[in-house]
Design a protein around this ligand. Sequence first.
Ligand code: ARG
Length: 587
Amino acid sequence: MRETIAQLKERFEQALVAAFGEALAGTDPMLVSASNPKFGDYQSNVAMALAKRLGEAPRAIAEAIVQKLDVTDLCEPLTIAGGGFINLTLKTSYLKTQIKAMQSDARLGVASASEPQRVIVDYPSPNIAKEMHVGHLRPSFIGDAISRILEFLGHEVLRLSHIGDWGTPFGMLIAYVQEAYPEALKSSQGLDLGDLATFYRAAKQRFDADESFQEAARLSVVKLQAGDEETSRAWKLVCDLSNRTNRKIFDLMGLSPFIQERGESFYNPLLAGVIAELDRLGLLVEDDGAKCVFLEGFTNKEGKPLPLIVQKSGGGYNYATTDLAAIRYRVGVDQAQRIIYPVGMEQTNHFAQIFQVGRRAGWITDDVEFFYAPLGSILGEDGKKLKSRSGEAVRLVDLLDEAITRARTDLKTRLQEESREETEEFIENVAKVVGISAIKYADLSQNRTSNYVFNYDKMLALQGNTAPYMLYAYVRVQGISRKGGIDFEKLGADAPIVLQEETELTLAKHLLQFDEVLSSVEADLLPSRLCEYLFELSKKFNQFYDRCPVLQAEEPSRTSRLILSDLTARTIKLGLSLLGIPVLERM
Ligand code: ARG
């Protein structure tokens, strides 16, 4: 199946050339879904956009395009509205064929990329000398959704967690391993450091209480950087413990198991080469003992260009140096064509700066796309960044556990009200899926660049654009097949589709936009568009189900409506799975 909008675009491009000559080849026909169904299904504003260039009235341009536009197989006769909007309404016969094609396609009509790319998604990238906190929620969920969507669209996706596994914060932890487990470091055997949180707390207590321990911590960093064997072993133990603990959180969050840790330490051996290359290219300037690249377009208060420090005066490297090495490696060795960084908005300058240096060094060329996807913050009810009661960033596990607990309580209340008996296993599973999905969906349904207020009641509500609402929508549609004893999979492959009622038509049209929505998510990396689409879909389904009897209808409407119901359920299921949300058959 080909996207309707892509087909229409192609026809428009041909018509533009036919009407105005080769000069207009490749002109964007500015085709969008109609803002109001009154105007049809799609609308093009290109006539207005061309008026100045062609020196003609928009209306006359629109007429000339329509004259040459051959879409009789797809659309009803075209109309021109107002100053020159071209309105297109899809033909019912076309919709029917498309619905049939969708019915028999496991991908629901979504084509696989004709030019698959190798894509790197840099997530969730926590700093592992600390526990994961609320700040890692968005990169995790958004990175995961983007990866799933691009993979489904046929791209090869590498999920690389650029963990902060190097530098000063490790000094304290290493010193603590050395003090508390001296014997273990003599051998290369594994060691159980116990629970991560307890371990961190104990190390911090020692650090705060004792000055000589602080000195030991500082020395550990120096030794680690010098490659000392015992120190490296202690460092490795801490990394393993953190990664193991974080993996459990990833599992709980339902993140893809294919995330690879490729942390800052991985790039250590490559950093000297980065500096040497910048030097060779003449980009390096020594400033106050530090090596820097002076940035274009970034100035200080006096209007002087700002330096990006890539090697400190003591010889040490920093976050920027490592990221430059990563840029070089991702292009040169991984041969990625698109590299996506879903990272908090605070790092906007950092990414603009390293991308600039990467481009000036020739590592970033026009053949690769580096995409920084800035993320807004999660706020508390007070409108400030979400904090725990003690004023620290909220631990991620606590946030997730709380949602599960609340979902369990809600479920138990409901079971009691309905006098329903369910097994413990059922309750646990539903509580976990609903709790985690609620947080995840609440996050994904926001535009990723906006801040939002974290509110359990809202995200767990059965009404509104929430995970529980979407999960219910799926259960409800599935209920139709249960009630009628219908096997959706066996619905006649050659049964005709009937689109007579307004709500049937509206639902069918919306179903057919699934592929277009995924394309737009691919272009802008906004998973919220998919959430919006799914929410709209379940609303349109409800309107259809209100108006049109399904099981009680006469044939051929009955089978046709069952097919529309099945397609709705399958679209919700696939759509949610691309957001990392599993459906429940009962809840
Ligand atoms: N570890 C960093 C942080 O927690 C995020 C890393 C993002 N990725 C990158 N390549 N810089 O702030």
